[in-house]
Write a protein that binds this ligand. Structure first.
Ligand code: NDP
Length: 282
């Protein structure tokens, strides 16, 4: 049993501090940073996330244009519309809210975004820079994870980092960016055999799978740091992470809770990326 009390990596608090700094920086600009959010179809979770982004934008003084298309829009038409936002000098950031309908190939659409306006860090250009350890704009969740850890002086250098989840949105970019921060990285996924034997080797365990409470005491090593990225909303509207906090509390050193951990860090990171994109504009 770990004698140290569990540190809660309080994303709500850290995000508030970053929000304050962001608001001050934006208030000093001559024009407001302008974010375009593109939604295809009517996915209710996407609509909710967009609503959060709009509210956040209002608080920090950014402008958001939310453009919604029918889910039968063609790839070509969507690309054309994104191209026009990409070449519009009054637009500083563009997000395509994922997931897209199955008929649309996400990479074709994402690559229509001018990389300088790619505040989600999901274009091939920006991902290649992560791949080459020459990061420009990091995907917002990945950036949020590192900002949270660094606020608690938790370094990745020389650590064994295990990332559970290999999505293009979270798992893969987080694993690559952890390598860039000199961690030794293992990636696990649904085909991983004996997951617990691998997660137990982690100094820092990052879990992004969307399987509520899967990670328990027997999956972790003593004194580890856990970043719980998962968000599952139950039928009772209760939000659960991928880690059962009550089970790990006497063994781990620190954990980012759900809610109140990586979620708020993701949104503030997105708007930090928007400010960076504003500053990168031609
Ligand atoms: P995806 O569904 O795209 O990917 C989930 C990943 O988890 C896959 O790689 C899958 O493996 C793996 N996985 C699923 N079940 C298991 C299991 N039992 N054991 C090991 N690996 C497993 O999800 P995302 O990456 O988009 O999101 C992951 C979670 O993070 C979700 O809960 C999502 O809501 C949340 N999220 C939170 C954000 C935040 O800001 N806090 C932002 C984005 C996402 P395989 O590849 O083999 O299928």
């Amino acid at each position: 049993m770990n004698n140290k009390p569990l540190t809660i990596l309080n994303g709500t608090e850290v995000a508030k501090e970053h929000e304050q700094i962001l608001s001050t920086k934006i208030s000093e600009l001559s024009t407001k940073p302008h974010l375009v959010i593109i939604q295809v179809g009517n996915n209710p979770a996407s609509t909710k996330y967009i609503q959060y982004k709009k509210l956040f934008a209002t608080r920090v003084g950014a402008t958001v244009t939310h453009t919604q298309y029918e889910d039968n829009i063609t790839e070509n038409d969507l690309v054309k519309n994104i191209n026009s936002f990409s070449s519009d000098a009054s637009v500083h950031g563009i997000i395509v809210q994922l997931p897209l309908p199955k008929t649309i190939r996400p990479w074709i659409i994402l690559d229509a975004i001018d990389p300088k306006k790619d505040v989600d860090g999901m274009t091939s250009f920006n991902l290649r820079h992560v791949y080459e350890n020459n990061e420009i704009i990091l995907p917002a969740t990945t950036k949020g994870i590192f900002t949270l850890l660094s606020n608690y002086n938790i370094s990745l250098d020389g650590k064994n980092v295990v990332v559970v989840g290999r999505s293009s949105l979270v798992g893969k970019p987080t694993a690559l960016a952890s390598i860039n921060r000199n961690a030794t990285v293992t990636i696990c996924h649904s085909h991983t055999k004996d997951l617990a034997s691998i997660t137990k080797s982690a100094d820092i365990l990052i879990v992004a799978i969307g399987q509520p409470n899967l990670i328990k005491e027997e999956y972790i090593k003593e004194n580890c740091v856990i970043v719980d990225v998962g968000i599952t909303v139950g039928e009772d509207n209760k939000v659960s992470g991928d880690v059962l906090l009550s089970s790990i509390s006497e063994k781990a050193d620190a954990i980012s809770p759900v809610p109140g951990g990586v979620g708020p860090m993701t949104i503030v990171s997105l708007f930090e990326n928007l400010l960076q994109a504003y500053n990168l504009r031609d």
